[in-house]
Design a protein around this ligand. Structure first.
Ligand code: FO1
Length: 306
């Protein structure tokens, strides 16, 4: 049994690869980028994982449903509503169902499990917490929701800090704790450490459980050299005073990660990561197509067995 800590776009490739090789898989999804829009509860990372595993993800964008239309959004624009977040028409069905179930008393986990069943997804998908934990970005233009920073302002404002609103009061889903405890390995996906993994490890009980299982936690670097595969990882890392390299990511994870996977071309960083009491594995961590996803997943599973 394996457990994966995951964000959205960056994580889904490895998750898909692992799903082809492992039958017993639990995915712990980030909830920090969830946002309320037009009265709807939108959970981008949960949806990207579900759509990715169901084979309906828009691969070009890395989010939303492939072939979706945006008629509702166009109409909202006509009515003068703020329309900076592109919700597709079919995607809106997910948010409508989720919001109505939550309003009638269901938990985010119950809603996610229903969606997973409807898509016949074998892997368990568990939101890190049922209560709201929201990633807020401190910028030169003031504090804002992560989606406002990334989508509305296109990631341009200067970032001075990041905080996870609600994390101090939130408790992790119990299924998450049990999954970490019972898994043969816990994989930290190559996701943005600050905005995708950060909100998950900000939950004190979850972090504690990971720390107690450090030897079986294996993280895949989301950076090659000083560059992230996509998104603003480097910008957030710099704001937190972290070195923008695989070493900076390893330092951020040092309390709860025992094994760290880096690109073969990043061999020069290996000794500094080993000095954090981590075992370092070097391989090709680029995933350009479905074959790459399965290759990297296989590589990681082989390392776990050793
Ligand atoms: N990202 C964008 O850059 N622009 C969008 O308009 C946008 C809409 C959107 C709608 C649904 C959804 O699930 C994700 C969406 N994303 C969009 C992606 C999202 O902002 C982030 O990339 C994730 O939250 C990070 O994992």
């Amino acid at each position: 049994m394996i457990t994966i800590l995951a964000g959205g776009t960056g994580s889904v490739k490895l998750i898909r690869g692992l799903s082809k090789l492992s039958e017993d898989m639990t995915i712990i999804s980030n909830v920090g980028d969830n946002i309320w829009l037009y009265g709807l509860y939108v959970c981008p990372d949960i949806d990207t994982i579900l759509y990715g595993l169901a084979g309906v993800l828009d691969e070009r964008r890395g989010w939303g449903i492939k072939g979706d239309s945006f008629e509702c959004l166009a109409q909202l624009k006509k009515l003068g509503a703020p329309a900076w977040f592109s919700l597709g028409d079919r995607d809106i069905a997910t948010h409508l169902l989720r919001t109505s179930m939550i309003k009638s008393g269901k938990s985010l986990l119950e809603v996610t499990t229903l969606m997973r069943d409807r898509y016949s997804i074998a892997a368990k998908v568990i939101p890190a917490a049922d209560s709201e934990v929201t990633t807020r970005i401190m910028t030169g233009r003031g504090e804002m929701h992560l989606q406002e920073f990334w989508v509305k302002y296109r990631g341009t404002p200067k970032v001075t800090g990041v905080r996870y609103d609600g994390a101090d009061k939130a408790v992790a889903n119990q299924d998450v704790i049990v999954a970490i405890r019972n898994s043969d390995a816990v994989i930290v996906a190559p996701a943005n450490p600050v905005s995708s993994i950060g909100p998950i490890i900000a939950l004190a009980d979850l972090r504690q459980e990971l720390m107690q299982n450090r030897e079986k936690v294996i993280a895949v670097s989301p950076l090659i050299g000083g560059k992230a595969f996509n998104g603003p990882a480097v910008k957030y890392m710099k704001a937190l005073g972290l070195e923008s390299s695989p070493v900076g990511v390893a330092q951020y994870y040092r309390d709860f990660v025992g094994k760290f996977v880096i690109s073969r071309g990043d061999h020069r960083f290996a000794s500094r990561i080993e000095a954090l009491n981590m075992r370092v594995y070097e391989t090709n961590i680029t995933m350009k197509g479905k074959q790459d996803e399965v290759r990297l997943a296989g590589d990681i599973l082989n390392r776990i067995k050793k």
